[in-house]
Design a protein around this ligand. Structure first.
Ligand code: BJW
Ligand code: ZN
Length: 236
């Protein structure tokens, strides 16, 4: 464990998370061993083209994803992050995850950059629908179009308001803690560079080195469950 300074002087903290944050809840990551994209070709189940050509197959895949994630409780890391936010009011949570586990642990105002597994939208009439039904029923919106998972797939634009919110949090923070992301998917991967450019201290928590590790001031090599209990109490 490298020497971690006491971080009490930080008041504008951003927690930026990826799939590794939820790995210890049992949610598979995307890349690496056991990764979702190792098992399933995203071109068949998780892109607009797949949805346009076979919406039924895409929805079936999302029934499966919901069933899997529904059985995964938030882990101790999610709880610690929520506790930090409760005690330090200006803490922002920006996640790439679609599982809703930060909110399940009690975190509020979470920016979900890549959407949510628990929300659907209709690209016909613009309706949105939230819920945890498994299987997803009904499959069609009242206007007749298939409901579409409100998830940001490859090639989709990120929601502008979400991205703006994340950018302003990064620009205004004094401490950025990145947890469990491989930092290969853009534009999300770029966000921590904004925090660095505005003079924030950067901490990376990940058992493995990532594409962007070199720009971090502190790299804590280990799983979130072990690193967060060591680090977050130093922030309070
Ligand atoms: C632990 C741990 C523990 C494990 N504790 N840590 C060519 C064609 C088309 C597009 C592009 C292209 N070239 C570039 C692009 C842009 C593309 C992109 O970035 N691609 C790169 C892969 C090259 N980006 C986009 O398309 C974005 N949109 C966009 O840019 O629009 C403009 C545009 C349009 C068209 C063309 C070009 C530009 C949208 C990106 C949407 C990403 N969506 C997904 C899928 C969600 C769907 C679903 O779940 O069904 O979001 S992809 C997937 O990756 C998911 C994640 O949020 C995202 C990031 O993954 P993450 O979280 O980092 O997970 P992993 O698995 O990669 O890493 C886990 C990490 O945890 C590892 O480092 C482990 O070590 C660690 N770990 N256990 C701590 N216990
Ligand atoms: Zn509709």
């Amino acid at each position: 464990m490298p020497d971690i300074p006491r971080f009490t002087e930080f008041s504008r903290i951003v927690i930026f998370t990826g799939a590794g944050m939820s790995a210890e809840s049992g949610v598979p990551t995307y890349r690496g061993q056991g990764g979702v994209w190792k098992q399933y070709d995203y071109r068949r189940y998780a892109c607009q083209q797949a949805f346009d050509s076979d919406p039924a197959a895409v929805m079936e895949f999302h029934d499966y994803r919901r069933k899997l994630v529904d059985q995964c409780p938030p882990n101790a890391g999610h709880q610690l992050v929520a506790e930090l936010q409760a005690r330090k009011a200006h803490t922002r949570i920006i996640t790439q995850n679609i599982d809703g586990l930060h909110q399940a642990a009690g975190a509020t105002d979470v920016v979900e950059l890549h959407g949510s597994l628990w929300r659907l939208r209709c690209d016909g009439c613009g309706a949105r629908r939230e819920g945890r039904d498994i299987p997803i029923v009904p499959r069609h919106c009242a206007c007749g179009r298939y409901w579409r998972p409100d998830i940001v797939w490859f090639g989709d634009m990120l929601d502008e308001a979400n991205l703006e919110s994340a950018i302003s949090a990064m620009d205004g923070c004094d401490l950025l803690v990145s947890i469990g992301t491989s930092a290969v998917v853009y534009p999300a991967a770029q966000l921590p560079t904004l925090a660095r450019d505005s003079g924030a201290t950067l901490v990376e928590i990940n058992p493995e080195e990532t594409e962007l590790s070199a720009m971090y001031h502190h790299c804590l090599r280990g799983p979130a469950s072990q690193m967060l209990p060591k680090m977050l109490p130093k922030l309070l």
